[in-house]
Design a protein around this ligand. Structure first.
Ligand SMILES: CC(C)(COP(=O)(O)OP(=O)(O)OC[C@H]1O[C@@H](n2cnc3c(N)ncnc32)[C@H](O)[C@@H]1OP(=O)(O)O)[C@@H](O)C(=O)NCCC(=O)NCCS
Length: 179
């Protein structure tokens, strides 16, 4: 394992800003991110949003960020993953390693994990790298959602991928919903 994960901290703001700026060319077309947006992201953390940084084990640099968004409990226990990898780690496989840790954390029971049962990834059809990442993690293609998200001044179609806890290696099926 070349990476580990943890929630972002206020003290990460300068390194996060630099990572996003360095990576603007490859993030911008798919998922424009405010380089100064970490404090706002931290403010929004709560029952419906949990974020993680993927960090390099050797130099501590920020490999990527994963948002577990739109978390719904009760009978759904579902979250939607959004993510970016950052230069110079993008394309080295570290993002995939870190995403495995995040997915595992999502499916683990509370309090160590988020206790979710289903995760989804929504990707624009031309976003080849993101679709490759979703498939590497074992996400199934579920369907096509026209005009799903407003990105770069237009409603963009998305391919929908999903995975449930039963499909995640090494994890027993999640308990049934409790409320
Ligand atoms: C989507 C995104 C997060 C994918 O991240 P990534 O940097 O490609 O992920 P990784 O670091 O795991 O790199 C994987 C690539 O490195 C290659 N690689 C190199 N060394 C590797 C290694 N030791 N182990 C595994 N893969 C390795 C893989 O083959 C793969 O390349 P491929 O996709 O051409 O097959 C990234 O492209 C990104 O931030 N895109 C912009 C934002 C975005 O689209 N977000 C998602 C919106 S849905």
């Amino acid at each position: 394992m070349r990476v580990h994960i943890r929630p972002p901290l206020p003290s990460d703001a300068p390194a996060y800003s630099a990572a996003v700026l360095r990576s603007a060319d490859h993030i911008g077309p798919w998922n424009p991110v405010d380089p100064n947006g970490l404090h706002e992201l931290l403010r929004r953390q709560g029952p419906t949003l949990r974020s993680y940084f993927i960090l390099d084990n050797e130099d501590g640099g920020i490999v990527g960020k994963v948002n577990v968004a739109n978390i719904v409990r009760a009978r759904f226990r579902n979250g939607a993953l959004g993510y970016d990898s950052y230069v110079p780690y993008a394309g080295t496989g570290r993002m995939t390693e870190g995403m495995r840790l995040v997915v595992d954390r999502c499916f683990r029971d509370c309090p160590d994990g988020l206790g979710l049962h289903r995760l989804e990834i929504n990707v624009q059809p031309d976003n080849v790298r993101s679709i490759a990442l979703a498939k590497r993690l074992g996400f199934r293609h579920e369907g096509f959602s026209p005009r799903m998200l407003f990105i770069n001044d237009a409603w963009r179609d998305h391919e929908r991928f999903a995975l449930t806890a039963e499909e995640w290696p090494g994890l027993e099926a999640a308990e049934p919903p409790v409320r």
